[in-house]
Design a protein around this ligand. Structure first.
Ligand code: F1P
Length: 362
């Protein structure tokens, strides 16, 4: 099932990395044992008043998804805070006597704000910190320990497979440390991602190449908010489109006023908000906009402007599986962005004005 590289040699770097994510992720699963030895140095979690996951850009979105799942597994709040916020307003997130654990994510391991956040929390709150990187980099040198996800090393500027692998890796580490026993579901993810990447290809490409769509809106709440933010960021970075992300029900509080018939809304529903999905979809289609609902079950909508995309049917374990779905869906935003960029004659390997690592003068 996992061929070394299912992508043809002619693919550019970004597309090849997107297609490689199931394979890299399988390696992530295999390397959990060696990483859990590092992770266990930070136990027990009862030593900490706060558990914070931080990062910038895609790493922040990854932190949001990981924090949500970790909080569920630990049965206590785990929060994601953007590194720039944490570095400059720590008192907003922590009380004076806090003893935080900080998980600092950075693909490059060099992003300035991530280092600033770690250093400030170490100095002012005696925080313990774990660096989670892919390239290595220097963030590890200011943390107590580092886990390097080098199986998902990326040459691309825009993060794709590293998002999925690190997220799956963190699911497994938190699961192992908390005994939440979701290992069976988590270890299925590489195979499910592999199947999903193949099965959605046609539909996603058609959607992305439809230049009659003027704007994309991604809606997600709870575990899906980081995913929705990440999908919008992919489109912005690769296809240079201003894409939008909102909490699903927040979208009704204003933003929907701008919708028109050339807009495409993509919804990642969650169980808790299922009773309101029909109303939301009806309100969106009433504006003339189109909706794509991505879910683990086929939802029937009469309106022809609504499509349902089913990724890995799971009714029985829906609740336990829900917070793991961002790793299963991440490739959707990546592929929409890639094919959109290609349709607009842009090179997703070289997005203008973007650097692979963002540095500040400090
Ligand atoms: C963070 C990041 C990337 C983004 C871009 C600029 O990098 O915001 O998510 O795609 O390349 O940097 P990192 O801290 O994860 O290396």
């Amino acid at each position: 099932m996992f061929e070394e590289d299912q992508a043809p040699l002619t693919l550019n770097i970004t597309l090849s990395e997107i297609y490689h994510q199931a394979n890299s992720c399988r390696q992530t699963v295999e390397r959990t044992r060696e990483r859990s030895r590092i992770f266990e140095r930070f136990l027990p979690f009862s030593n900490y008043t706060d558990i914070i996951v931080t990062g910038c850009g895609s790493s922040h979105h990854l932190a949001m998804c990981a924090a949500f799942a970790a909080g569920e597994m630990l049965n206590r709040p785990v929060v994601a805070v953007a590194s720039s916020e944490l570095a400059h307003f720590p008192e907003h997130y922590l009380s004076r006597d806090s003893k935080p654990l900080l998980i600092a994510i950075s693909r490059s391991g060099n992003t300035t704000e991530v280092k600033l956040a770690v250093e400030r929390l170490r100095t002012e709150y005696l925080a313990r910190s774990l660096a989670v990187t892919s390239d290595g980099g220097s963030v590890g040198s200011v943390c107590d320990a580092e886990i390097v996800f080098d199986e998902c090393l990326e040459r691309s500027i825009v993060m794709t497979q590293a998002f999925t692998c690190i997220l799956v890796g963190l699911y497994l580490l938190f699961d192992g440390a908390t005994g939440s026993s979701r290992v069976a579901e988590i270890t299925q993810l590489p195979g499910l991602i592999n199947d999903a990447v193949q099965s959605v290809e046609g539909e996603i490409r058609t959607l992305a190449e439809d230049l009659s769509i003027s704007r994309f809106f991604f809606l997600g709440s709870g575990p899906m908010k980081g995913l929705a933010d990440e999908c919008a960021l992919k489109l912005t970075e690769m296809a240079l489109e201003t894409a939008f992300s909102y909490r699903t029900l927040e979208f009704r509080h204003g933003p929907k006023a701008t919708l028109n018939s050339t807009d495409q809304v993509v919804v990642f529903p969650v169980q808790a908000e299922r009773p309101y999905l029909e109303t939301l979809v009806a309100e969106i289609t009433a504006t003339g906009a189109r909706v794509l609902v991505v879910d683990g079950q086929l939802l029937e909508f009469e309106d022809t402007r609504v499509e349902s995309l089913v990724i890995t049917q799971s009714k029985k374990d829906a609740a336990r599986f829900e917070s793991l779905r961002p790793a299963l869906y991440a490739h959707l935003g990546q592929l929409i962005a890639y094919w959109r960029a290609a349709a607009r004659d842009l090179n997703p390997d070289a997005p203008r004005h973007l650097a692979r690592t963002v540095l500040l003068n400090v």
